[in-house]
Design a protein around this ligand. Structure first.
Ligand SMILES: [Zn+2]
Length: 254
């Protein structure tokens, strides 16, 4: 009786697992802007909606928008120049660039769909317009690479497998452990892809891509125990990133 029960659970577990595996297969698609295959469970307009919905809260967490309209205009100009001179322009995303008042957190980030933020703490450390282009180009890379949407789809998949595991053979813990590692690995790849896209956008818009390395140096110097910038948090080590940025410059400079 007991082993019959176990077999039944195992079958259900396998069925659930197969469901999620097939679902994931059906969600695989090639990103037309990066050429990379990825798992995506939402449409571009849903990404835009999520971004727009979360933007005010994001701003609020960082002291709201910075009151200096000249600084904000510079951020807009550089961001729009990057978008208008690159493939970012061909995407359905609505890019908006926000300078946040936060004087302490050295950070920049992107919400899905095109809402992009830089804190004044990071803005004030930048030495030139090219470095600002480096930061914003990297964030545009996250949007166009659909990294948030991909993480959401991947985590749905791993949660599904964890459910299957827990029904089938009490392996849920193990499977969800694997899932977490996968998400972190994605995080590292996301950063490298965004760095490479950032370099590409900078070149297209006429900025000096070597200043992206300058940005890395600023982040490296600024990183302390309580300061973990998005551009550095989950992340391949900065020297490795600099190496990859140099490779990207060689690849795209002509
Ligand atoms: Zn990043």
């Amino acid at each position: 009786m007991r082993s019959k029960n176990l077999k039944f659970r195992l079958l259900i577990g396998v069925a659930i697992a197969l469901f999620f595996v097939f679902k994931r297969c059906s969600q695989r698609e090639e990103n037309p802007y990066t050429g990379r295959m990825q798992t995506i469970s939402m449409a571009a307009d849903e990404e835009i909606a999520i971004g727009l919905q979360s933007a005010p809260q994001m701003a609020q967490q960082h002291g709201g928008l910075h009151p200096n309209t000249q600084y904000q205009a510079l951020v807009d100009n550089v961001g729009n120049k990057l978008v208008n001179n690159s493939i970012a322009r061909q995407t359905p995303y609505k890019y908006e660039f926000h300078l946040l008042a936060d004087p302490n957190t050295i950070n920049a980030f992107a919400l899905p769909g095109g809402q992009i933020f830089i804190t004044h703490a990071l803005f004030s450390k930048l030495e030139n317009e090219d470095q600002l282009a480096g930061v914003l180009g990297h964030e545009i890379g996250h949007v166009l690479g659909r990294h948030s949407a991909e993480r959401i789809a991947e985590s749905e998949y791993w949660q599904g497998l964890a459910t299957a595991g827990s029904v089938g053979a009490d392996m849920g813990g193990l499977v969800s452990g694997i899932g977490q590692n996968t998400l972190l690995t994605n995080g590292r790849d996301d950063e490298l892809e965004s760095d490479e896209l950032g370099v590409k956008f900078m070149l297209k818009a006429g900025y000096n891509p070597r200043e992206m390395i300058g940005v890395m140096e600023i982040l490296k110097a600024a990183a302390g125990p309580n300061r973990v910038p998005e551009m550095q948090s989950t992340h391949p080590d900065p020297d490795n990133r600099i190496e990859k940025i140099e490779e990207a410059i060689e690849k795209y400079k002509n």
